[in-house]
Structures are given as structure tokens and as C-alpha cells.
Design a protein around this ligand. Structure first.
Ligand code: PBG
Length: 329
């Protein structure tokens, strides 16, 4: 059986910021920008012409605090963006990332229970090992509020990426209780504690202020637990699940796709993208460079799809859409 990448397989991620007429470059992330809503809309007009009809939105918060409140106050930057996109391009599928790392001062994906200083005296093993502790109940409450805020704005899908146990179930209950029967949930179910998220963290200014994410993201050495998390997200009511990153995790994608009846997304993350860019940028001849990039990217994405991904979130999407258009002429 042959695997061919199609433009409908692709989801393009966007970083949205406040302001007007802004399109900012991002360190170590060539070809990807932070957009103010007006510039975002013109960019989406461009990708729609290329045939891309699914976007994933990340907010770049200007104000951060300890409780992540700016992630769900009624007019958050993401809620505004969702409204405008759905008005201008109603048949675009809008997926919104639901997380706290760019909204909390300390840059973690959940609400921290105690300050790192107090942990020195803690007797709890996990706190000692990782240096801080996530308040799970509070985190689920806040994630549900963010998801509701995005659903209210018109998101087609919400994608909780905080790795909090029970996040899909909590959001599903919040949707049921508030009448959002149509809004779907994409669980970042198997999200590994990866070193491939670097450029993304520059884009969303979401690097942890202390410690790392190993206490809540999954260990890349443990495939069994990853599959368990995927199964439990489906049981909690996820409409689609995700494996992230993609390239080093094709075995997980394969296993999940064989076991699941739900569709599966794979996230070809920022570091995977930047690696390809770093290589091709060193090819001096521009024709040779474009050819090499096209071949490498299509090989990578075909591999991810061949392993079993139904949808691929990728920063290469615009380029791929252009190449596919040329092929089909
Ligand atoms: C937020 C989030 C991250 C990514 C997507 N959502 C960063 C992280 O977990 O640190 C990374 C995506 C990428 O690298 O492209 N939790």
C-alpha cells in the first residue's frame, strides 16, 4: 500500500499576539512568526488559497501571574482570534491549545501548589525529586475554564496540552454541563518530556522559570505508559488523540493507531522542523536547497502518516501545500 501526503492531512500552527500590524520573527524558528490578529487573518487567507483548512492556535500572553487568569478572561487573545477566524473563514477548522505555560509567571503547564523555596523542607518524594508540585484539582478547574472560553468563542476543537491527569474528562464534563455538545476534544495524550520543544518555547515565551516538565510530561523511555495515557484519554471522552513529538515516536504512533478506533494526530514539533531548516540553510545553491528541503520534508511526513497518523500538525504545512499544488498541475 502506498502512502501519499495530502493537504487535508495537515494542520498549521499559529502564534497569536496582541497589537496591530505585527508579524514578529522568532529566535531559532525560521519561517514561523507571531502574528497580531489582523496579520493573522491575511496569512490565513494565504493558506486557505493553498488548500490548508485546519489551524491550531497558541496565544502569546502579555500578562502572566501565578494563576494563569489571562488565559480565560472573556476577551483573551485566543478567544478573539477564534471569533475573527470563524467569521472570516467559517469553514476553517479551528483548534485551540489549552494550557497554562505561557500564562503563568513560572512557565509551567499547571498551577503550582507551593513555591520552590518551601519545597526544600518538603517530605513528599515527588516534590523533592522535581523541586515543585502541581495542584491537580486547581489545574483541572482552570483548564476547564480556558476550554469553555475557547468553545464559547467558537473553537471547533480544544486541545488540552498541560498533561494533567484527567484533563480530557474534566473538559468533557464542563462542556456537557454548559451545553457545548458540538465542541470536540483533541487530547495531547502521549506528550513526551522532549528537548525538541525549544523554538516553540521562544515563540510562546513559555519556557519553565524553574525545573523542567519531567514531572508531568511522559518519559521517552516508557512506551507502555504512553499507550495507557492514550487509552485513558479515549475513555475520558477524547474525540481524537495525539502523539508528540512525532519523529522519535513512530513506534508509539503505530501502536496507538492499531489499537484505537479514534483518529490519531501526530505533532511534528518545532525542534524537528528547525533541524531540517538548519540543515538545508547550509546548502549554498538555492535550487539545490529547495529540492533537498522538499524531498526531506515529504519523506518525514510520509513516514509519520505511514506509521498511522491521520492528521499531522506541522510548521512545514505551507511549503508542503505549495509543493503538492505544483505536483498536481
Ligand atoms: C504547551 C505546548 C508545547 C508545545 C505545544 N504545546 C511546549 C511544551 O510542552 O513545553 C510544543 C510544540 C512544538 O515544539 O512545536 N504545553
Amino acid at each position: 500500500m502506498r502512502t501519499n501526503i495530502r493537504v487535508r492531512d495537515l494542520i498549521y500552527p499559529y502564534f497569536v499576539m496582541r497589537g496591530h500590524n505585527k508579524k514578529e520573527r522568532i529566535k531559532l524558528f525560521p519561517g514561523v512568526f507571531r502574528f497580531s490578529i489582523d496579520r493573522l487573518i491575511s496569512d490565513i487567507a494565504g493558506i486557505r488559497k493553498l488548500g490548508i483548512d485546519k489551524v491550531l492556535l497558541f496565544g502569546v500572553a502579555e500578562e502572566k501571574d501565578d494563576s494563569g487568569i489571562t488565559a480565560y478572561t472573556p476577551n483573551t487573545i485566543v478567544a478573539q482570534a477564534i471569533r475573527v477566524i470563524k467569521k472570516e473563514f467559517p469553514d476553517t477548522t479551528v483548534i485551540s491549545d489549552v494550557c497554562l505555560c505561557s500564562y503563568t509567571r513560572y512557565g509551567h503547564c499547571g498551577i503550582i501548589k507551593r513555591s520552590p523555596q518551601s519545597i526544600v523542607h518538603s517530605r513528599l518524594k515527588k516534590e523533592k525529586q522535581f523541586g515543585f508540585f502541581i495542584d491537580q484539582a486547581k489545574t483541572l478547574e482552570v483548564l476547564s475554564k480556558i476550554a469553555l472560553c475557547h468553545a464559547e468563542a467558537g473553537a471547533d476543537w480544544v486541545a488540552p496540552s498541560a498533561c494533567a491527569r484527567g484533563q480530557v474528562g474534566a473538559i468533557r464534563r464542563a462542556f456537557d454541563a454548559n451545553g457545548y455538545k458540538e465542541t470536540k476534544i483533541l487530547g495531547y495524550s502521549a506528550k513526551f518530556a522532549s528537548s525538541f520543544y525549544g523554538p516553540f518555547r521562544n515563540a510562546a515565551s513559555s519556557a519553565p522559570g524553574f525545573g523542567d516538565r519531567q514531572s508531568y510530561q511522559l518519559s521517552f523511555a516508557d512506551s507502555e505508559y504512553a499507550i495507557k495515557r492514550i487509552v485513558s484519554d479515549v475513555e475520558e471522552g477524547a474525540d481524537m488523540v495525539m502523539v508528540k513529538p512525532a519523529l522519535g515516536y513512530l513506534d508509539i504512533i503505530k501502536e496507538a493507531s492499531l489499537r484505537l478506533k479514534k483518529p490519531l494526530a501526530a505533532y511534528n514539533v518545532s525542534g524537528e522542523y528547525a533541524m531540517v531548516k538548519a540543515y538545508v540553510q547550509r546548502i549554498a545553491d538555492s535550487v539545490e536547497r529547495r529540492e533537498a528541503e522538499k524531498k526531506i520534508v515529504l519523506e518525514i511526513l510520509t513516514g509519520i502518516k505511514r506509521a498511522g497518523a491521520d492528521l499531522i500538525i506541522t510548521y512545514h504545512a505551507k511549503d508542503v501545500a505549495r509543493w503538492l499544488m505544483v505536483y498536481s498541475l
